[in-house]
Design a protein around this ligand. Structure first.
Ligand SMILES: [Zn+2]
Length: 119
């Protein structure tokens, strides 16, 4: 399952960003997930919980922010969104578009207990 390796990846990034003595203080990790990134949010959450269950990150919440698929049209300059991932302008139908958002998967921030925050 693809989501499992992505979840593992997220944990590795937390491990690299947060000093080991603070691992049990990680309360939540917030990720931005593009609608067309090919990841099912629920599966990712499930995988994350399964992996963290027996680790220092037990109880860490995975917060997923869904980013819409958004394109910029090079013909009419309109920015449009669609839910199907079609690289076609919603205004004029041109296919000369640039993908703005919707394919990303990145960690936005890692929240620790108390006020400490690592980004
Ligand atoms: Zn257009």
């Amino acid at each position: 399952m693809h989501e499992l390796s992505v979840a593992q990846n997220i944990i590795e990034i937390i491990q690299q960003s947060v000093p080991e003595r603070s691992w049990n203080l990680v309360r939540a990790v917030r990720v931005e997930l593009g609608a067309m990134a090919g990841i099912v949010p629920d599966s990712l959450k499930f995988s994350f919980e399964a992996i963290t269950e027996e680790s220092a990150f037990r109880g860490t919440q995975l917060i997923i922010e869904c980013i819409p698929f958004r394109i910029h049209c090079c013909s009419c300059s309109a920015d449009t969104e669609n839910e199907d991932g079609f690289a076609v302008c919603g205004e004029c139908g041109s296919t000369e578009v640039k993908i703005l958002t919707g394919t990303e998967l990145r960690i936005k921030n890692i929240e620790l207990e108390e006020t400490a925050e690592v980004s």
